[in-house]
Design a protein around this ligand. Sequence first.
Ligand code: FAD
Length: 514
Amino acid sequence: MPPRSRRLYLKARRRRHNKIGICIFDLTPVWQDGGFFVFTGRLYRSVNTAAARGSMSEKFDLVVIGGGSGGVRAARVSAQLGAKVAIVEEYRYGGTCVIRGCVPKKLFVYASRFGDLFDVAPSFGWTVDASFDWPTLLANKDKEIDRLERIYETLLDGSGVTIFKARAKVTGPNAVELSTGEQLEAERILIATGGAPFKPDIEGSDLGITSNEAFHLQSLPRTILIEGGGYIAVEFATIFAGLGVDTTLVYRRDRILRGFDHDVRDGLEDALRERGVRFRYGYHISKLRKDGEGVCVSFSHGEEATFDAVMFATGRHPNTGDLGLDTAGVQLDQTGAVVVDEYSRSSVPSIYAVGDVTGRAALTPVAIREGAAFAQTVYNNTPTTVPYHLIPTAVFSEPEIGTVGMSEEDAAERYRSIDVYLTRFRPMMNTLSDRQEKMMLKLITETDTGRILGCHILGPGAGEMIQLVAIPLGMGGTMADFNHTIAVHPTAAEELVTFKSPSYRVVDGEKCNP
Ligand SMILES: Cc1cc2nc3c(=O)[nH]c(=O)nc-3n(C[C@H](O)[C@H](O)[C@H](O)COP(=O)(O)OP(=O)(O)OC[C@H]3O[C@@H](n4cnc5c(N)ncnc54)[C@H](O)[C@@H]3O)c2cc1C
């Protein structure tokens, strides 16, 4: 019989605050080769001694609700600036990005890309006999997520933040109640509860999954239908198709990735079609019912089809349900997002909100920036805002997208005359094989000044490239600055600094020769 899990209470001096506190660890027995057990520990909670003695309500300068990207950054920076901070997380520290978003998704994307490498490998002289094992990927992904979660907890603890694992509810402008019964008093409360995927309100929707469940599927389906046209839908279509799943995407509009530059949207759709993804536009799923081992889908135009799995990537709700914000008088918008000012302050002066729960830009680096800006504003007397006008972003589809600044459509609407520099070519990696997929790089400038307004890349490494292009864009860089830069050869990115002349000009919305 393996030994039972145990709880270990350790009295420790908090490094930063030099106070005696108690750390509580959950210890799990793990079987070792050689026939013995060791206990591996995970921090369950760190408390200060007052709370440990059982005082009714613990007082903090700041209580952060939500241990995701925004909440953790705000808690750590605030504590480092001297505030007495508590953080409460109901699920797992790291939040959506680490536990069921960016990180596991990118790991899956890496897994799905090996097929392409194996395809071109023979043209480089390699013989590859490859097979794929889904459970191995899941287990290794879970191990990595566990490791990252522990790092998040350690960083919080190391910054002197008191960690709670519970569901929190706001009970007043300065009061938070935990599902464990504990009451926290706070000079300020920060709502960083993020968002959650939702399924459409249709018959049988329980038979569908969302991105949350996609990370834990027992086995890889043979066929999948993904509903949605945003980046999560497109990335999962890439993942499943890359792993050999027969993938169909259904979207009620006429094209994927609304708001992205049209060349990127068209280019990606063509490439995904080449990779076997089917697109069904102009209708949606209206009903699901069980069909043997699969799910029978009724579409809004009357057709029916059966798939092994159905995934909804139809959007995310801000996590404000049953959070008690109405009791405290916090204003929400019609989507349920917390309404905040430029310093993330809500309609109640002691309550702030950062990250996805505010419905501003649902991206990890934005949530992190908002968390840090909040701490600087409130605890360092340095009012700090976030530059929302220039957010570089990537879509980890195959091929990948990197984008920053205005799309051609936006730029043409805002400026009388713009120049467009556009190139399409086969990446060098493909040239020894018969793979025809092309890469695309596009720069949009204001004709009069040459200022770069937007950059859009479709192809390998686009996400990495766009991070760097965002720097000159933020500095007001011009085409002359790009042309002045010496190229790195042979790379795809060198195309950005070797454009000779615009491909075309758009004046008053009309395309013409430059
Ligand atoms: C599939 C997927 C892929 C993504 N990929 C990317 C990407 O590649 N790049 C990128 O920049 N962004 C990506 N995102 C978005 C990114 O994950 C979010 O923007 C980011 O996590 C938001 O951080 P946050 O702090 O606002 O919220 P979250 O990270 O969601 O954290 C909120 C936390 O609050 C907790 N919580 C909620 N209610 C309570 C309560 N009442 N009490 C206690 N705790 C509570 C939740 O359990 C959660 O851990 C992706 C998202 C998804 C779903």
